[in-house]
Design a protein around this ligand. Structure first.
Ligand code: SF4
Length: 62
């Protein structure tokens, strides 16, 4: 599974980066997060980030 962010929906809150900075990186200039490690990240923290995103724009796909 690879981690993705729907950047159109992201509001740049930074929660995902706070939870799992190995995988998520906030670009404060444009207030969007991006995935810097889509594969093989810590699954428990990825799931916590998915559950914690206020606009539910983090997802995983094959
Ligand atoms: S938690 Fe969701 S809305 Fe917040 S920065 Fe991450 S992807 Fe964007």
């Amino acid at each position: 599974m690879s981690v993705r962010i729907d950047e159109d929906e992201c509001i740049g809150c930074g929660t995902c980066e706070e939870i799992c900075p190995e995988v998520f990186k906030l670009n404060a200039d444009i207030e969007k997060a991006k995935v810097i490690m889509p594969d093989d990240g810590p699954q428990d923290l990825i799931e916590e980030a998915i559950d914690s995103c206020p606009v539910s724009c983090i997802y995983e796909e094959e």
